[in-house]
Design a protein around this ligand. Structure first.
Ligand code: GDP
Length: 424
């Protein structure tokens, strides 16, 4: 059985917590896209962790963690992360890294910084983790697969060619220091030695695991609206954030994915630039940001304050549809307990017409939110385990959202811990 855990919106929906929770009954957890540019925050009995590359299943001894071919693999970041969790007494994870995963090179990170600098005000708000230059190179067919680290003659020649090509841009476009092929080769030798014990033919491994009835979780990063095809292009990430890409980024058949658990937060937040229709500002936003998530809505990787907004039914309906949702996990509902009334965005007004279909980017910036206000429940719902025990206004909120988005909310998360979950 293969299940995907993915985000409906801009990311930071709480996928890490839901994956960590579902990992209890899983055998294998796979990262299939993205890199160390975003993070999941996980709270469990070992402590609080920000993971960027490791799958959220690493805290269980019975699971195997897999880095799929679709991931942008930053080897030093991965190993720093392993070091930091083992330092906090978490047992060393069983880790497999696809021999087809490609490597984030030190120059990808530099190019990301240089390009944002060059763009100035028109920049994308990149986390400068090298993700866009990495995927550009992957699709320009000049990237490095993990397996290439193990053939020194080929590697040496390729490094030489890479430096020639990159140095043209460094010299003439960015006016920055040039790459030295010997230094780059040495770095790659270091990467090879670190990664060697984990390298695996991941698609064969997963095929066999799937055939023998193992439970596999595919863990997505970010959310639908950051997908390069279906998101708010160009303010998107550079790899597909959709469950269907899970098949590609892990190397599994598309029909193997039986469940798509789409994580949807009870209010909105976004990082980086781009249109955000239900965004709020000022004191109203500050208060939600301060109370949000577990200790405030600030980026797990960057510490940046997140942009805040009310729940957006238009974006979430679209987000769930593109994911192919079978189940919605509705998260961080406990945070809204302080509000007398809760506005929800139920439509977009574009050129005087109201729509509930999420528009293309060219129209999105004209959209104004159509808000409906629901009554708040004014109490702390943490600790509640049965749906019937939630306050009536709280159930109304959930049921209203469910009706608007048109996908079943089967899990409600009312706290950051593994046990803070209500199944319906
Ligand atoms: P992800 O990238 O989708 O995993 O999301 P993040 O980890 O960036 O953000 C989710 C934040 O909310 C983390 O700090 C979680 O610990 C926290 N969180 C997850 N679910 C809940 C919940 O139901 N209630 C509260 N209060 N916090 C939650």
């Amino acid at each position: 059985m293969v299940k995907a855990v993915v985000g409906a919106n801009w990311g930071d929906e709480g996928k890490g917590k839901i994956t960590d929770m579902l990992a209890k009954d899983a055998d294998i957890i796979v990262r299939f896209q993205g890199g160390a540019n975003a993070g999941h925050t996980i709270v469990n009995h070992y402590g609080k962790f920000a993971l960027h590359t490791l799958p959220s299943g690493v805290f269980y001894e019975h699971t195997t963690s897999v880095i799929g071919n679709g991931v942008a693999l930053n080897i030093p970041v991965l190993f720093e992360e392993i070091r930091s969790i083992t330092e906090q007494q978490v047992p060393a994870p069983k880790l497999l890294v696809s021999d087809r995963a490609q490597i984030v090179m030190p120059y990808h990170i530099l190019f990301d910084q240089y390009e944002e600098e060059r763009l100035g005000k028109a920049s994308f708000g990149s986390t400068k983790s090298g993700i866009a230059p990495f995927y550009s190179d992957k699709y320009a067919k000049v990237g490095y697969q993990v397996s290439e680290l193990f053939d020194d003659d080929v590697l040496k020649e390729k490094v030489k060619r890479t430096c020639e090509m990159k140095n043209v841009l460094l010299e003439h476009l960015y006016h920055k220091p040039l790459l030295d092929p010997d230094e780059l080769l040495e770095t790659l030798h270091g990467y090879r030695d670190i990664i060697a014990p984990y390298v695996c033919d991941v698609s064969a491994y997963l095929w066999n695991a799937w055939k023998s009835g193992k439970t596999i979780l595919l863990e997505g990063q970010l959310g639908t609206l950051k997908d390069p095809d279906h998101g708010i292009y160009p303010m998107v990430t550079s790899s597909s954030t959709l469950a269907s890409y899970g098949a590609i980024g892990a190397g599994l058949p598309p029909y193997a994915i039986e469940k798509v658990i789409t994580v949807c937060k009870a209010y909105s937040s976004a990082v980086g630039a781009g249109d955000f229709v239900s965004e709020i500002f000022g004191e109203e936003a500050d208060e939600l940001r301060r109370r949000g998530g577990d200790g405030g809505e600030f980026g797990a990787t960057t510490g940046r304050p997140r942009r805040m907004g009310w729940f957006d039914c238009v974006a979430s309906k679209y987000g769930c549809r593109l994911q192919g949702t079978t189940d919605v996990a509705f998260t961080v509902l406990d945070v809204l307990g302080y509000l007398d009334e809760i506005p929800v965005c139920v439509g977009y007004e574009i050129d005087g017409e109201v729509t509930t279909e999420f528009p293309v980017t060219a129209k999105l910036h004209k959209a104004k939110p159509v808000l409906k206000t629901l009554p708040g429940w004014k109490c702390d719902i943490r600790g509640i385990r049965r749906y019937e025990d939630l306050p009536k206004n709280c159930r109304n909120y959930i049921e209203f959202v469910e009706k608007e988005i048109g996908f079943p909310i089967t899990m409600v998360s009312n706290g950051p811990g593994r046990e803070d979950i209500i199944y319906r």
